[in-house]
Ligand binder design. Structure first.
Ligand SMILES: Nc1ncnc2c1ncn2[C@@H]1O[C@H](COP(=O)(O)OP(=O)(O)OP(=O)(O)O)[C@@H](O)[C@H]1O
Length: 258
């Protein structure tokens, strides 16, 4: 279970971009986070895996308070959080297998990694996952020879090699054509079910969010203002999520506080 309580993030001395946010995700479900550009979607995901340091608040994953962790304990917790990126974040000159095995860094010794001496079990699991997502025949191909959709499949397998407790996907389909984008969304949904893995996806494409996810969280300037099933996301909810501006939001809050 992921339980976020009273989360605040402020970059430098500016206004908070996450404002006392609460969010609980239980069990395996696919949750999408939607909202205008600047709503704080990426910041929220990056606070969960501590790529961004929260200013205050609590993030508990399966009983571990993530915000309190440092050093080795933080690295250990991070291994349990898989991340899929918009730009795939692959090492182009490495093969698909080498990219996929980089998900095991932190589990195997640096020397084994340098020598590309992967444990048999890791190779078996990599092939199983690559087979599952349809890229096993590319195992020895350089990552830069693959199409966008294939590259994202590599990104997904690399994240799954970590044997994560949760998968975070930051606009995983934003660089893909519409058909490939739907395939990747379908894959994430199916893998979530098969592996009993909660998945949180930041996404701009509301049609895909409705079709491929179980729950939609709508953010507006640092707050969650919608949290329900796709069926409940009507035009009125859409208008609320996508209306306003950071400036208007700040003015509203100032008036409300007076
Ligand atoms: N490293 C940073 N330093 C300063 N401000 C930042 C930083 N990262 C994000 N911000 C600001 O925080 C706010 C939220 O940004 P964030 O990227 O989380 O929003 P988003 O909803 O993911 O937007 P998008 O959909 O465009 O990716 C924005 O105003 C952004 O300018």
């Amino acid at each position: 279970m992921l339980k976020i309580t009273d989360l605040v993030k402020r970059y430098g001395g500016g206004d908070p971009v996450l404002k006392n946010l609460d969010l609980t995700i239980e069990g395996e479900s696919v949750v999408s986070i939607i909202g205008s550009s600047g709503a704080g979607k990426s910041t929220l995901l990056r606070c969960i895996n501590r790529l961004v340091e929260p200013t205050s608040g609590s993030i508990v994953l399966n009983g571990t308070e993530l915000t309190a962790l440092r050093g080795a304990k933080l690295r250990e917790a991070r291994r349990k959080i898989g991340m899929v990126f918009q730009g795939f974040n692959l090492v182009d000159r490495l093969t698909v297998m080498e990219n996929v095995q980089s998900g095991r860094l932190g589990y195997i010794s640096t020397w084994s990694a340098i020598m590309r001496r992967y444990p048999k079990e890791d190779i078996r699991r990599a092939y199983e996952l690559m087979e599952r997502v349809g890229i096993a025949h590319y195992a020895n191909t350089r990552a830069d020879q693959l199409s966008g959709g294939e590259r994202q499949r590599v990104g997904v397998v690399r994240a799954l090699m970590q044997q994560p407790d949760i998968l975070l996907a930051d606009e995983p389909t934003a660089s893909l054509d519409p058909k490939t984008s739907e395939q990747i969304m379908g894959l994430l949904r199916d893998l979530a079910g098969e592996l009993k893995l909660p998945v949180i996806i930041n996404i701009h494409n509301v049609t895909e969010a409705k079709e491929y996810t179980d729950r939609i969280v709508g953010m507006r300037y640092g707050r969650i203002i919608f949290d329900d099933t796709p069926a409940q996301l009507d035009q009125d909810a859409m208008d609320r999520i996508y209306s306003g501006s950071p400036h208007a939001d700040r003015a509203e809050q100032t008036v409300a506080a007076q």
